[in-house]
Structure formats: C-alpha cells, structure tokens
Design a protein around this ligand. Structure first.
Ligand SMILES: [Zn+2]
Length: 252
C-alpha cells in the first residue's frame, strides 16, 4: 500500500516505529476488528483502533445511551442521550478518522446472530459487561477460530487476556463457570478504570493485526490492574485438560 501524504502525516508516529513502519500500517489498514459493547471498555478500545487506522471496525451494541453511561463511556456525548450507542459510537469514530470503515451493529450479541458477525472480522474485542456475554463470545470465537481479547472491570480492578483458539488457555480454562448473579453483579466502576483496560485491549488487537509473536501477547497470561493501589501484574494461566471448551484438543 502506498501511503498518501495525508496518511503519512496521520500515521507518522507509527511509521517511525520499526515494529510497525509502512508495512505494519498497511497490515492495520487491511485488518478488521469487531468491538462487542460500545460502553466503558469499548469506548477507549474503539477510539484507539480508529485513531491507529485499523481498516474496518464493527461496533456491536443493542443499547440506547443513558445518562449514567457518560461517567465512563467516552465515545458518547450528552447530546447523544437516547440514541443507539452503536450509532453514536459510529459518529464519533468517523469524526476521529474518516479513513476507517465503521460498521455500526445496533444489536445485542446472541448465539443466533453472533456466528455470522464474528466470522467477518480478524479479531474480536470482548468489551461486554456481563459474564453471560463473555462466555458466549468465548464460545463463538472458539467455534469461528477467531482471536479474542477479553476485558473485565469491577469497582477498582480490571483484567484482560487474549485467546487464540488452539493456543494457550481459553476464557473457560480461567473462569470455569459464570459466577452467580450476586458474585457477578456490576460494582462501580471508577470511571477511568475501563480507560486503562480498554486501551490494553486495543493494544492487543493492534498487535494481533501486526502479527506480533505470541510472547508479546497476553496469551496464557491474565493482566490484572488494581486502580486503587495502582499496581499491575500478569498472572500465568494454563489450559485445563477438563476445560469444557478447549479441553481434550491438541494444542500447539
Ligand atoms: Zn479452555
């Protein structure tokens, strides 16, 4: 891909990085990412993906914008209240980078519609806020053979991990069963917390599009961030042979 003078200017800081350069920028531009959830995590994730020049970004969310969302969901503006979040997100992302193709999908992900959607993207970002949705995304991405970057937030703590089907631990290896409604009930979060985790998810998605080696990715590692103590660590996670999703498969 030959970069136009405008693209050379827009992506100059990427072009200066040997890990990206013109070839990497072309890979980003040829790549596609599905962001499931246009909320706290999806906002920073989608904004950074659009800014970075990821070629096509799907934004899937079935909700309309509520006032309580604006404390952390920085894709949206007060004037967007009541609008479908997928539409509001699409406007913001197109305004940020008109070169990127934005696909708003104003639907909730389900087993019925998810199959068809997920297969159309190179990478999936799990920016949902319910364990039911996270397990569904894990299952659908496993079936479709698509890499997925999970993210979760609660109160002051967030986590992220990347799963490439057939390599390393999957979401169900780490979180065996959805927690009870009480255990999994949303708490908080601090508004800036999803900014950190969503940015980590965008980072992982960009590296996946760039073809970064496995050791550079959060594969087999759970990133855990505590915003109250301001500490971060990665915890090694391993495949479970008895995992209901990936157990019993031959893993590279
Ligand atoms: Zn597993």
């Amino acid at each position: 891909m030959t970069l136009t003078p405008q693209q050379q200017a827009r992506y100059a800081r990427h072009l200066a990085l040997p890990e990206i350069g013109a070839a990497g920028q072309a890979r980003l531009s040829a790549g596609s990412v599905l962001v499931v959830g246009a909320g706290g995590l999806g906002s920073p994730a989608a904004l950074y993906l659009a800014a970075a020049g990821a070629g096509r970004i799907g934004v899937m969310d079935g909700d309309a914008l509520e006032l309580s969302n604006l404390q952390r969901q920085i894709l949206h503006r007060t004037a967007d209240l009541g609008r479908p979040k997928a539409a509001s997100a699409a406007d913001a992302l197109r305004a940020l980078n008109p070169e990127v193709e934005i696909v708003p999908i104003p639907q909730r992900l389900t087993a019925a519609n998810g199959d068809g959607v997920i297969g159309g993207y190179d990478v999936v970002i799990d920016a949902t806020d319910s364990f039911a949705a996270k397990f569904l995304i894990a299952d659908l991405c496993h079936a479709a053979g698509r890499p997925v970057v999970h993210g979760g937030i609660r109160a002051f703590e967030g986590s992220a991990m990347t799963v490439i089907p057939g390599r390393g631990a999957c979401y169900r290896c780490v979180f065996e069963q959805p927690p009870t409604a009480e255990e999994g009930a949303p708490r908080g979060p601090l508004g800036a917390l999803p900014g950190v985790i969503g940015a980590v998810q965008a980072t992982e998605a960009l590296k996946l599009l760039l073809g970064a080696p496995a050791e550079a990715l959060l594969i087999g590692r759970l990133f855990v961030y505590d915003a109250w103590r301001l500490t971060a660590r990665t915890v090694r996670v391993t495949r479970r042979v008895e995992c209901p999703l990936c157990g019993g498969e031959v893993i590279a």
